[in-house]
Design a protein around this ligand. Structure first.
Ligand code: 5AD
Length: 343
């Protein structure tokens, strides 16, 4: 095996070696280069976003996800619009400039209700609003954008159409990509991403995932290891490999230098220092969970989510301490994407 570690993003052999992550020299060189690139653009500042998981009710049947319709082992909850707006106020009072509203695809939240929530949060808190609430028709994305939503997160999950269809019975990658196009056309900052180590996913698939991110010129990219959830059809499958995830974070930083890349919760679930490793590989965003404590434990996409027994307001302080210990500073800057300003 070669231990040369010359970074060449146009060389498929290099990219394949990077996604295999079996060469420690290559891993280290790649992650250091990505961190250095991140330092040039964002410095040591890590943007914080407050995440509110407002409903775990979902009409979809994604085979990997604990919220899938067939899972009767979680208690379903739905926050009221009033509670969501109030919680956004807590997020603002803690100093955050951005709130991320995430949920399953819960049909109770009709377009008028969602638009009203967004309008009220904008009017009452002035927060930047990111939505992560799944697939919808173009007109709905447009209406929510007009109501004031600024960013939209919708991971493509995997760019392999057959694997996508297998994991999402009755759904297609083509529809997912149409949604991403709509989101872009409506003028949102566009966030997407994928899981690493899905059963049946190949190294070539991961390279195609990277190609897709570049093609979309994503403003935000969230990736994380697949973590087998015992309450899903994929129970007992092997988890994704953290070394592979970290190399992919680094590659994404080098391919999309100005994008916002979170060190994701899934990374932190696989290893207690997962977040720090993600930042050291080129991530620049952390999204502390600000979901109210009484429902937080029921938003279980995968096992081992950390700090589920803590009040989210405690997590905010803990996050800052962890960042400082790792040589980073927290930033309450709204943290707009720099990707579209890149040469
Ligand atoms: N392991 C890792 N990530 C998961 N997600 C859902 N289920 C799992 C799992 N078992 C991710 C998906 C989704 C995001 C909110 O969480 O990528 O888009």
């Amino acid at each position: 095996m070669t231990t040369t570690a010359t970074i060449n993003l146009t060389d498929r052999a290099f990219l394949l070696a990077a996604v295999r992550a079996q060469d420690p020299t290559l891993n280290q060189t790649l992650r250091q280069a990505a961190r250095a690139r991140c330092d040039e653009i964002f410095g040591r500042e890590v943007y914080l976003r407050g995440l509110i998981e407002f409903s775990n009710i979902c009409r979809r049947n994604c085979a990997y996800c604990g919220l899938y319709t067939g899972n009767s082992n979680i208690e379903r909850y739905r926050m009221t619009p009033e509670a969501i707006v109030e919680r956004a106020g807590v997020v603002r009072d803690l100093g955050f400039a951005t709130v991320v509203l995430q949920s399953g695809e819960d049909p109770w939240f009709t377009l008028p209700i969602l638009c009203d929530i967004v309008r009220r949060i904008k009017a009452e808190t002035g927060l930047v609003v990111t939505l992560s609430i799944g697939e919808m028709p173009f007109g709905d994305y447009k209406a929510l954008r007009e109501a004031g939503a600024d960013r939209y997160l919708l991971r493509h999950e995997t760019s392999n159409p057959e694997l996508y269809a297998k994991l999402h019975p009755g759904h297609t990658l083509a529809t997912r990509l149409d949604c991403l196009k709509s989101i872009r056309d409506c003028g949102y900052e566009l966030g997407t991403g994928f899981m690493v180590g899905l059963p049946g996913q190949t190294d070539e698939d991961l390279l195609a995932d990277l190609d897709l991110l570049v093609k979309l010129q994503a403003d935000m990219v969230g990736i994380g290891p697949f973590i087998a959830n015992p309450d899903t059809p994929l129970a007992g499958s092997a988890d994704g490999n953290i070394e592979v995830v970290l190399n992919l974070v680094a590659l994404i930083r080098l391919l999309l230098p100005g994008a916002n890349i979170p060190a994701t919760t899934a990374l932190d679930s696989l290893r207690s220092d997962g977040r720090e490793l993600g930042l050291n590989a080129g991530a620049n965003v952390v999204m502390p969970i600000m979901t109210p404590p009484d429902v937080k434990t029921q938003y279980r996409l995968y096992p081992n989510k950390r700090c589920l027994d803590h009040d989210p307001t405690v997590c905010s302080g803990c996050t800052r301490r962890r960042l400082e210990a790792g040589g980073y500073t927290h930033s309450f800057n709204p943290g707009w994407s720099k990707q579209r300003q890149m040469p």
